[in-house]
Design a binder for this molecule. Structure first.
Ligand SMILES: *Cc1c(COP(=O)(O)O)cnc(C)c1O
Length: 397
């Protein structure tokens, strides 16, 4: 079976993990801050807080942004459920903004319309969670401009997008100067950015996630929430320390810590991030060429952006031909581990129970109805890819 995504583990990764296993610190040692520093400096962010999953990172990010009962969190329906669930964990209400049918990301124009309506009704969101679907950055300058006008906070779910970047500012007219690129995670247009290190994502720690920010207070709060809400900082305590052993729980937190074993793996993987994305770009360009004459829509890539290409989602568009379900089954039978990203979150039974219905976000729903994610991972060979496209060609007959 050719999977839709998979990790690469090298001898260097194994050696890095073994070194931690032989050391004094399996957790709360030096590797976690080292990994945080490495990711922060790669992205150009000031602070990074490593945790045991992106889901945990989204949760503590929402808490740090003071999301709570009576507040609204808005996100894209075309995402994994975790992007929305983090709002529910905090007791907030969740709503969605439909996607742009070209990029499959949250549509900034629909966001603008919905914000204008919410302002009239007095229910503006406190937090908006743009999701960089498949690794392609959302229109962050546009979303940021709206946040300045309406006063919401921005939490980027960049689970697919470590290594991605986008153009900022416009070059002077008539000038050939390249526009400046901002890395996803730099926090140029958001309060907090979250990455996932699950094995199907771009780089892995087994399970793991990280929250990046340029705001020292948000970083401090997330660091505390990751470990029970406990502080050892005298300045934060309600009373004087009773002794060198003393700590205080000053708010309710969790055990969301990443281990040093995981951090060592992540730091080792990070050294190959650029190679991984370059390889994904090669594979995506080959898919684009091989599928050009088939009745499928290949993923649109915005000019001026670098996608991390976590996924290669196609749309099955044959009129009167086999539909998505038939093509999906034929590919699975041919030993190809295709997948579908994503079932629109608002159509999940738990969200239906919360008042959402099919038809609420039609662009995400029609995208979903035709979507198949083809295998895409850096160790995929050209001959494996040729097998995938040949099987797809047969399935579409
Ligand atoms: C994978 C993923 C998550 C959750 O990541 P975990 O590290 O598994 O918790 C959240 N959002 C999106 C968009 C994802 O793809």
């Amino acid at each position: 079976m050719i999977p839709y995504g998979r990790q690469e583990i090298t001898e260097a990764d194994i050696a890095a993990v073994v070194e931690v296993l032989r050391s004094d610190w399996l957790t709360q040692g030096p590797m976690v801050p080292r990994f945080e520093q490495a990711i922060a400096s790669y992205c150009g962010a000031r602070h990074a807080v490593a945790v045991n999953s992106a889901t945990s990172a989204l949760h503590i990010a929402c808490l740090a942004l003071d999301l709570g009962p009576g507040d609204w969190l808005w996100t894209s329906p075309n995402t994994f459920v975790a992007s929305a669930n983090c709002g529910l964990y905090c007791g907030a209400e969740v709503d969605f903004v439909d996607i742009d049918p070209h990029t499959y990301n949250l549509c900034p124009n629909k966001l603008a319309e919905k914000l204008a309506e919410a302002e009239r009704e007095g229910r503006l969101p406190k937090v908006v969670v743009p999701v960089h679907f498949a690794g392609q950055p959302c229109d962050m300058p546009a979303i940021h401009a709206l946040s300045q006008h309406y006063g919401f906070r921005i939490l980027e779910d960049a689970s697919h997008a470590i290594g991605a970047s986008y153009a900022v500012g416009t070059s002077a007219e008539g000038s050939n100067a390249l526009t400046e690129q901002a890395k996803v995670g730099s926090g140029r247009h958001s309060d907090i950015t979250v990455f996932s290190f699950h094995p199907v994502k771009i780089i892995t720690t087994g399970e793991g996630g990280m929250a990046l920010t340029n705001n020292a207070e948000l970083a401090d709060r997330m660091g505390r929430l990751r470990t029970h809400g406990i502080t050892r900082d005298a300045a934060q305590m309600t009373d004087e320390a009773e002794g060198p052993w003393y700590y205080q729980q000053i708010e309710l937190g969790f055990n969301y810590r990443m281990t040093d074993i995981q951090a060592a793996l992540g730091a080792s993987q990070l050294q190959r991030l650029e190679d991984y994305i370059t390889r994904r770009e090669t594979l995506a360009a080959r898919y684009d060429r091989q599928l050009a004459d088939l009745p499928v829509r290949t993923p649109y890539r915005s000019p001026g952006q670098r996608s991390a290409l976590h996924l290669y989602p196609i749309q099955i568009t044959a009129v009167g031909g086999p539909d998505r379900r038939v093509v999906f089954s034929a590919l699975r039978e041919a030993g190809i581990g295709v997948n579908v990203h994503y079932i629109p979150v608002h159509t999940q039974p738990d969200y239906h129970r919360r008042g959402f219905s099919p038809g609420d976000f039609p662009d995400a729903e029609s995208y979903y109805a035709q979507a198949i994610s083809l295998p895409m991972y850096p160790t995929m060979s050209e001959s494996q890819q040729d097998h995938v496209t040949a099987a797809l060609r047969t399935a579409l007959k």
